[in-house]
Structures are given as C-alpha cells and as structure tokens.
Design a protein around this ligand. Structure first.
Ligand code: NAP
Length: 340
C-alpha cells in the first residue's frame, strides 16, 4: 500500500474538532495500514486560541493548554487572514467545525471557499454552508479537483449523504425523522419528570446542544438539517423561510408527560415531500403513534425514514451516539477525500 501524507488544519476547536483530533490520533494505525493515509496536524484556529500554524506539525494538546501569548506565539496569525494561515500550515485538508450561523452560514462559507481556493479538501460539520452556499462550494471544489464533504452535518457521522452515493439514479420522494438530539433529550427527560430547564442543562452537559440553545429549542437546527437534506439529496434549493417551523418551547412538561402516558408521545418531527413545483417541508412537534418507530427514539438517538422510488421505505436509526460519532463522519470524509 502506497502511503500518502496530509497536513490537517482545524478551524474551530470546540467539542467536535477536539474529539476529531483525539479520534485521528487513536486511529493513526488503521489509517496508515488499511488506508495508506498518514497525517500531521499543522493548523488549529479558534477565536480564543488564535490562528496557529506550523507546517512542521503542532501538538494539539500543547496548543489547547497554552494561552494565546504562550511559547508558540510566533506561529499565530491574524484572524482576518485565513489565507495566510492556510498557507503557513501548508494545509491539505481543512476540518471546519465552528458554530452554526443560521442566517448566513458565515464566516464558515468564506473559510471553506478560501480552503478550496488554496487547494485543500474542505470537510465540515457545520450545516450553515450547506444551506447557504452548497452549489457554489460544490462547483468550486469540482473546478479545483478537491472534495467538499459534510457527512457529519446530519445524524452525526452516520453515512446519510454517502449512502446516496451508493444509490445511483434513485429518486428520493420524501423523508421524515427525528434529527435534533437536544430537543429529543429534553422531551425524554421531561417525560421522566425533569423540568424544561433541568432537561436543557442535561443536553448541554452532553455536549450536543448548539452553542446558542435556542437554535435547537425553536427548531432552527432541525430546519437547517431538513434544508440540507433537501438541497443535497433532492437537488431542490430551499430557503429556510420555506420550511414551516415550530419548536418545543410552548410544550408544557405536564402535556409532554400526559402524551407519553397515553402512548402517543410528542416528538419534534422533520418532514419533506416532493411536490410538482418543489418540496413541502416542516419541522414541528407531533404526537406519534405508538406503532411508529419514532415513538421509540428517545434521548440523544435519532432516526430517518427515506421514501424512494426503488425502496419505498428505507430507515436508519442512530442509537445513543458516543462522543466520537460526529468526529467519525469527518474522519470518514477525510479518507474519502484523499483515497484516490
Ligand atoms: N456537538 C455536536 O454533537 C455536533 C454534531 C454535529 C454537528 N455539529 C456542528 O459542528 C459545529 C461545531 O460544534 P461544537 O459542538 O464543536 O461547537 P463548540 O464546542 O461551540 O465549538 C465551536 C468552535 O468554533 C469556534 N468559533 C466560532 N466562531 C468562530 C469564528 N468566527 N472564527 C473562528 N472560530 C470560531 C469557537 O471558538 P471560541 O470558543 O474560541 O469562540 C469554538 O472553538 C457546529 O456548527 C455544530 O452545528 C455539532
């Protein structure tokens, strides 16, 4: 097996990219022996850490432990200049995992564009760029002969987008599912007796809530995921405003408990159906029949059911994902990007 070596850069260094750095180091041997891929980490950036690059390699543990004025301050670059950071790191693969910007997807869109123009593959866990700039970034990547991959944006690292790479010429007619873990944890915990606030704190402690938890509670995260699936898998450009959206803020703990007791629990359900002129889509709390598999999706688990012309119903359940679930999708994207 011929070994290829790649310089990796991490933009955003929170829950997702930190666990990705750990997972990559944990799977170094498998990547080398099974996939002929080796790597070194040459760039790490976040608002609080600064923009750190060293083409000879960085020790992520050391970077995370040091204050911005620490010993490696000569490796730090100014924030406004993502391009010089990518160049100083001689970046081959950018892992973008900054916070979700629902309104514009920025600055993540600009960072991904800069990485592709620099000649790197761009891999993101951030849904903003898919909803706001998918076609542009896809076409730019193709023009530069690089990959723009985003498996971890929906259902952590479960192969959803890459599943459809294995289903050529199929027609996706619709889907429904439970795609936001934070609200599903909150609903399950409320069923078990916690208040809304206690349940939210539990979701935040699990590291699954968005930086701004109202993005989860008001259904934005679920709507953005729904839009990402429609954009990529149905090839329909949909604006977020076109997705009917209602969150779980107005559900009382008593109503949630009573619904479960009656055997028809509340779930925040994402739906999309292809129509003659486009797609009809919604995100809203629904009472689910006890017979529906969604009734059994509790806590941080998630679920999706695809309706295609070949397979009328094709469903995937992700049961209580571990810490590495999101990072794994980015690792798998890395292998897909460089495996040629
Ligand atoms: N957590 C999950 O389970 C999960 C699952 C799938 C997808 N995602 C997505 O992955 C992304 C990251 O999630 P996370 O849980 O890792 O979030 P997080 O822990 O809040 O980390 C976000 C990181 O991005 C940095 N950042 C934010 N805005 C920035 C900017 N303008 N320039 C540079 N750095 C910036 C933050 O830096 P500072 O802290 O220094 O400000 C922080 O290091 C989000 O888009 C999220 O939707 C998360």
């Amino acid at each position: 097996l011929k070994l290829s070596s790649h310089n990796l850069c991490f933009l955003g260094y929170g829950n997702v990219n930190r666990s990705l750095a750990e997972l990559l180091l944990d799977r170094e041997q498998e990547l080398r022996e099974r996939h002929g891929t080796s790597f070194r980490i040459t760039g790490i950036a976040s608002r609080s850490l600064g923009w750190i690059a060293n083409a000879e390699g960085l020790d992520p543990g050391e970077v995370a432990a040091q204050p911005p004025s620490g010993a490696n301050s000569q490796d730090r670059h100014s924030q406004s200049d993502v391009r010089s950071w990518l160049a100083a790191a001689k970046c081959d693969v950018l892992f973008e995992a900054t916070s979700l910007n629902v309104e514009s997807g920025r600055p993540a869109v600009d960072h991904i564009r800069a990485a592709l123009e620099h000649g790197a593959h761009a891999i993101t866990a951030n849904k903003g760029p898919i909803v706001h700039a998918y076609r542009e970034l896809r076409d730019l990547a193709a023009a530069r002969g690089r990959k723009f991959l985003f498996e971890s944006t929906v259902m952590d690292g479960v192969p959803i987008f890459s599943l459809f790479d294995q289903l050529p010429a199929i027609r996706l007619q619709g889907f429904h599912g439970i795609l936001n873990s934070t609200t599903n944890v909150i609903l399950s915990e409320m069923e078990d007796g916690l208040s809304f606030e206690e349940a939210l704190r539990k979701a935040q402690a699990l590291g699954i809530a968005e930086t701004d938890a109202s993005h989860d509670i008001d259904g934005w995260d679920a709507a953005v995921k729904t839009a990402a699936l429609i954009t990529v898998l149905m090839d329909v450009s949909v604006k977020l405003e076109e997705i009917g959206r209602e969150g779980i803020r107005n559900l009382s703990a008593a109503a949630v408990r009573a619904a479960r007791k009656e055997g028809r629990p509340y779930k925040l359900v994402c739906r999309a159906t292809k129509t003659e002129n486009g797609v009809e889509a919604s995100v809203r709390p629904e009472r689910i029949s006890a017979m529906d598999p969604m009734a059994r999706i509790t806590g941080s688990s998630s679920y999706i059911y695809f309706e295609t012309d070949i397979f009328p119903g094709l469903a995937i359940t992700e049961e209580t994902p571990g810490l590495y679930a999101t990072a794994y999708g980015m690792l798998a994207d890395f292998v897909r990007a460089v495996w040629e």
